[in-house]
Design a protein around this ligand. Structure first.
Ligand code: CTP
Length: 436
């Protein structure tokens, strides 16, 4: 099992085994564009090489105003490519051969100008031409002034690139060289290297190729009137991490998302819903398809109840009185319905159990009562676990033959690493794919 993106190991489970970096023997083409963060590219080259990669640097003209090709040539041990139409460079290097040689194309820093070029498919210098000609995964690390970053044009180009399948890492918030504070800093080289490793290791695996997985994520909002709703604290991060990982592993991914402020991971088909009823309507018919999903993961925190009456106009205070009571009706239990509906189909059903106490006992009960194969249980009252955090400590309960339940507790991990472990486990439960 891969140990990608695992943060510091703070658990009592001891040190996690270290794996060889996924960068060993890989060829990274590093494009550097003209921003002050270009100076960090020197450290990036050093770390990439330390992890075992060879690095071919491509610099824009503007990048050379911030850091010299000589520095990067010395650190990379290779001639830096700068010109599209340079007779010497073209004969020695060639933009197509650079593009073809890449296992991964990384652009760090990526300025607003470069983002726009990549998104529009312009190719008027060496870097943009290499990017257009390359079939390798693209990782982009934006860095710019916060007002530039917030411009709708820039956001549009970033969203477009993500939709084309690019991995966007950063920018990080903080103090910027221009004196402003906010998102705009290039993420630190060590973090970029960690992201590169997890992209490459996911690319290497592709072990969910040919599978169709459906994932629900986020909260549901149950309307009271056009203005108010009842909801919960789910951020959707765990479900989105699962969707991103499944797509990176080659699955076809349908993500049914409640109201969350998260970008769609590359390669994922997303349907937005608001209420539990809408989520049920989006999920349940998928089981009726001639080829049902291989796996459904209910990571959403579905509201158990909804207001019995939804007003079409805003309820005014004077109508509600001093202590208004809200009558509630139970929502459909989507996971339970999936358990009943799947019949003999081979769809693997996975639920989550968000608990604040007696975690394992409640999770066991949900496994049986909801008729699913796996429950991922977590204590949402624990530090670093549950809603809104970037980490999670989960226990995986799996129904085994003759009614026994296998219980596997995991240490505290980043949600990306938890999702990696979950998919590796689920993969072992999926029936073998028919050949051909
Ligand atoms: N779930 C669902 N439909 C609902 C409620 C929950 O599909 N109406 C799913 C969740 O997506 C999750 C699992 O059931 O995968 C368990 O959800 P959880 O909120 O932990 O449990 P509940 O069934 O709501 O039970 P309780 O609130 O008593 O813990």
């Amino acid at each position: 099992m891969e140990e990608a993106k695992i943060p510091t190991d703070t658990s009592e489970h001891g040190t996690l085994p270290q794996r060889e970096s996924a960068l060993v023997g890989k060829r990274v083409v590093l494009g550097i564009s003209g921003g002050i963060a270009a100076y960090k590219a020197a450290e990036l080259v050093r770390l990439l090489r330390k992890a075992g990669a060879t690095v071919q640097v491509v610099m824009t003209k503007a990048a050379q105003a911030f850091i010299t090709p000589l520095t990067l040539q010395t650190l990379s041990g290779r001639k830096v490519a700068t010109e599209l139409f340079d007779l010497t460079q073209e004969s020695e290097i060639g933009h197509i051969s650079i593009a073809d040689s890449a296992d991964l194309l990384m652009i760090a820093p990526a300025t607003a100008d470069v983002l726009a070029k990549l998104s529009l498919g312009l190719a008027d210098d060496l870097l943009s031409t290499v990017a257009l000609a390359s079939a390798a995964p693209l990782l982009v690390c934006p860095a710019m002034n916060v007002n530039m970053w917030n411009k709708p044009q820039v956001q549009h180009h970033v969203a477009q690139l993500a939709a084309f399948g690019a991995y966007i890492v950063g920018p990080a918030p903080g103090e910027l060289a221009c004196g402003w504070v906010g998102p705009g800093r290039m993420v630190e080289p060590a973090e970029i290297v960690a992201s590169t490793e997890s992209i490459l290791s996911a690319q290497q695996r592709k072990d969910l190729r040919g599978r169709w997985v459906v994932i629900t994520a986020g909260p549901t909002y149950e309307p009271l009137d056009p203005v108010r709703f009842i909801g919960n604290r789910s951020s959707g991060k765990m479900g989105f991490a699962l969707a991103a990982d499944a797509a990176a592993r080659g699955a076809e991914v349908t993500l049914i998302a409640g109201p969350v402020a998260l970008d769609t991971p590359p390669g994922v088909h997303r349907t937005n819903v608001e209420s539990a009823k809408e989520m049920a309507q989006a999920v349940l018919p998928l089981l009726d398809r001639s080829r049902p999903p291989d796996c459904v993961v209910m990571a959403a925190a579905v509201a158990d109840y909804r207001p019995s009456e939804v007003a079409t106009r805003k309820r005014k205070k004077h109508e509600l009185g001093q202590s208004p009571a809200i009558a509630l009706t139970e929502n459909p239990d989507i996971l339970r319905s999936l358990g009943q509906k799947r019949g003999k189909s081979a769809t693997l059903l996975v639920g989550f159990a968000a608990e604040t106490h007696d975690v394992e006992a409640y999770a066991r009960r949900k496994l049986t009562e909801k008729g699913c194969d796996v429950i991922i249980a977590n204590n949402v009252a624990e530090d670093g676990s549950g809603f809104g955090t970037d980490t999670n400590r989960v226990t995986i309960l799996t129904r085994r033959e003759e009614g026994s339940v296998e219980v596997v507790p995991l240490p505290l991990l980043s949600k990306a690493a938890v999702s990696d472990k979950i998919w590796s486990h689920l993969l072992s439960l999926l029936p073998a794919q028919p050949k051909g």
